[in-house]
Design a protein around this ligand. Structure first.
Ligand code: GP9
Length: 416
């Protein structure tokens, strides 16, 4: 429909007009390395929490002291799960309503973070110690212009765990490769695997006493994120020992929820009763940690953000103007932002809209975040219009390969 194409065109024109690079952080870390780690099923609710005096994520908590921690950072994934998180973070468009964009549209045009950084002189590599064809990664990563995809066969299977290699060994071998095989500046994207559903860890890797959760999948989940946290701690040490830490922007975020939906277990763990809004936030919030090379700007940021914001924000820090077909927010440009989830839920930091199961707008819930109580649905109307527009624009752009069409049309125009 030509009207859909026009809507997409004007969305990107508006975004371009509102872009701002007038910020002290713009380009402050130009030419730094960039390492982004996407943590499997790594959720936000257990950050900073303890069980019988044992911290679940002690290394993450320690890193928070010298990093920016986004306490309301949302995954924006759909059915494509891990591949959707990768798509949202590295391509800054919304994952599809049905299926995985990695699988369905791997041959379409995108302005991916690795391709932009490659054009700016970076080495670009992606690391994931599993079968290269899973989620169609092998094909998609070529399209995204990574120099190399280090997959299962590129890793020595010296510490098998679950589907593949342990995260501890995966991190160690990945950092070793970055240090020895890759020229700087580099962008490295790493996808962990050890905390994959159903979260059963071998005995010798279980370091947490999960107490009353022993024998439950929820307990196994806590156990496995505790293990991943420890592997993360070793990775940071390794980067420091190799002299890479101080010249690298390091980001860590979770990909999606853990598929454990029993509200009673979250209530038991957090020691309080939870309402619909609490559960919606628990199931959709993953942590984002950003460590800048000089450890500056540390603190907790409560404003909402989401996976689509990763690419525009990384470009901001590296001083690359975001003149691309992206839909995420730049978390450093000081503007207010709406974060839209694939379900149609959204938040702007003032209200939070939760769709109902029948997806009829009026049957959903509109919450006032200052009171955390339900409020009149009208308070969510404008946000809902914006959220629906964004999801529609994104679907149109991906499905009809509009980025390619826009570029072809632009290059066909006579030079003025
Ligand atoms: C497999 C891994 C898991 O390579 O990324 O994907 P998921 O099942 O979580 O979508």
């Amino acid at each position: 429909d030509p009207a859909d194409v026009e809507q997409a065109k004007s969305f990107f024109a508006d975004r371009q007009n509102n872009a701002s690079s007038e910020n002290a952080l713009f380009g402050k870390y130009k030419d730094s390395n960039l390492i982004i780690v996407q943590g499997e099923a790594f959720m936000n609710f257990m950050i900073g929490q303890s069980i019988d005096g044992q911290e679940i994520t002690p290394h993450f908590n320690e890193l928070m002291k010298e990093s920016q921690y986004y306490s309301h950072f949302y995954h924006q994934t759909g059915q494509g799960r891990t591949s959707d998180a990768d798509f949202g973070a590295n391509i800054s468009l919304h994952p599809l309503a049905v299926g995985s964009a990695f699988v369905r549209y791997a041959d379409h045009s995108y302005d991916s973070l690795p391709s932009i950084l490659k054009d700016n002189g970076y080495s670009t590599n992606v690391f994931h110690a599993y079968e290269s064809g899973f989620w169609n990664r092998y094909t998609m990563y070529q399209n995204m212009n990574y120099d190399k995809f280090y997959s299962k066969n590129d890793f020595e299977q010296d510490d098998p765990l679950g589907w593949s290699l342990s995260d501890e060994s995966f991190f160690r071998q990945s950092v070793q490769k970055m240090d020895s095989e890759v020229t700087e500046p580099f962008y490295s994207f790493l996808i962990t695997l050890s905390s994959h559903h159903p979260y059963a860890l071998p005995r010798d890797k279980q370091q947490l006493d999960v107490g009353e959760f022993e024998g439950t999948m929820f307990g196994d989940y806590l156990q496995s994120v505790h293990y991943v946290d420890s592997a993360l701690g070793s990775m940071v040490e390794d980067l420091k020992n190799r002299g890479l830490w101080d010249k690298t922007i390091f980001m860590f975020y979770g990909d999606h929820d853990n598929s454990i939906k029993e509200q009673a277990q979250y209530e038991q763990f957090l020691g309080r009763s939870l309402n619909e809004l609490d559960m919606e936030q628990i199931m959709n919030e993953v942590p984002l940690l950003v460590h800048l090379p000089d450890g500056a700007e540390a603190g907790t940021i409560d404003q909402p953000a989401g996976q689509l914001d990763i690419t525009p924000s990384a470009l901001h820090l590296l001083g690359i103007p975001d003149e691309y077909y992206h839909m995420g927010n730049d978390i450093y440009d000081g503007s207010s932002r709406t974060v839209v989830l694939r379900s149609g839920a959204f938040t702007d930091g003032s209200v939070f809209y939760i769709p109902s199961d029948d997806y009829i707008y009026e049957n959903g819930s509109c919450y006032d975040l200052s009171t955390r109580n339900k409020t009149d649905i009208n308070a969510c109307n404008s946000g809902h219009d914006e959220a629906s527009k964004r999801l529609h624009v994104s679907d149109t752009v991906i499905t009809y390969d509009l980025i390619r069409r826009f570029r072809e049309a632009n290059s066909a125009e006579p030079a003025s």
